[in-house]
Design a binder for this molecule. Sequence first.
Ligand SMILES: [Zn+2]
Length: 499
Amino acid sequence: MKTRFKNAETGNVTSMITNFSLVFLFIIIFLTMGVAKADEKSQQLVDRVITAYGGDKLTNLKSLRVVDKTQSFSYGQSSMADDIDNELNQTSVTLDLHNQHIDYRRVRGNKSHFTIEHQLFDGNKGLSIDHAMRTVEQNEGITYFNADRSQHLNLDTALVLLLHKQREQAEYAGTAYYLGELHDKLSFQAKGYPQMTLLINQRSGYIGKMMQAHWLEGQFFNYHFSDMKQSKGIYYASRTYVSGDNKPLELTVARKVEFNLDTTHSFTPPTDYAVKGQSIDFSKLEATKLADNIYLAGSNWGFSVFIDTGEYFAAAGGYFQLGKRFEAVKKLANVDKPLKYLVVSHHHSDHLSGMKEAAALGASFITVKAHIDAIREAAEVELPDNRFVIVDEKGSFAEGKLQVLDFASSHSNHNLLTYFTDAKLLFSADLFASHQPTGAPRGSKALINVKAKLADAGFEVSHFAAAHSGRVLTAADFNQSIKSFTPQLCPKDWEICHN
Ligand SMILES: [Zn+2]
């Protein structure tokens, strides 16, 4: 070894350079061959999958409809903090593959308690249709990817069609075992979609699993496909199971797929519905004074109401950016006082996204006993018991200026309603809100119960603020919503309403 080292050291410099160049050249050639080979491999795989799912019959498809009955699990949005709700969903997704149209319908819940959702995408713009209010609203946020809440990703055949369209994007990513069988991995990113990796069974050519990047770094949403069926020579999995963050999320319990169906009336909104006006633009964080010592602050879907009690501030509404809202209020009021209390409306993850900030501000949490663990978890810091002020049915703070009522609904077993006594203002979450500039929002059974609860407590509410909107509604709006409330109806011509 020593001799060789010496030889190299004393060797001719020119020949060394030539040797390096040659090695470099070989590396380049080798790498180029590797890329070319991988590219060829990915294209062969795309062809293999297309053939397995029906070949020309698949690529010539004009339209498809997938009708799914699914069971899903509501992490962070259950009615009780110590349990996970199970939800039944029935969805119908119709895709016009040539024109990139989507018709999405969903019935969520059971026969005695359900909500419906209807969205259309016409290749350019999206519409949300409210069949209870008989309104159509143009919705800028709707795209081909999300018009159906990305439900079409649950159908392996739809993934193959996406891959077919964007085949030049496909990249071979090696092999992996899935359920004991060897699979080829193929990654691709369709326009407007997140990165997806398909695990393609080497034996059958079917997609066993699709992995989609999760917003938690290093995590994936995993779509598992099984129980293959075929119709008109086109293949699809009749069962899809979706997991994410190491938890089961959704399971298909029944599926019907139709190919090349008549879609003449699928993508047209009802003509006799009113066009819903543009929503208020809440994109900028703003603070406003509502009454003496009462301030509203927020943006988008997160708002809080603050009260200056003289000695300190107290607030209701625990959405993300609580700190920024508090800063805006202090600036507007031109005072600097601590935030002593934060009323936590309920335990749902979105409403706990500001707990970290509340903990850092030194606030005590006004809550119910059942929500302490969820708040501690969301705050991500050790919170001693004395940082929690427990409300049992009702509570009164700051010499009665701020009162709290616990209200039970199907949404959450405990909802704390906050009443700012002097301003006769009620703050609620997920109960009564509107982003429309005028008019009363759709009522609910819960509102009728709230009305009775408020009367019982002797609260004469004149204004209603909400966690999800910067519009303050009036007592007249509240009464109108209750008066005009009609139970949800499933449109008669919807297939999923009859299951
Ligand atoms: Zn909620």
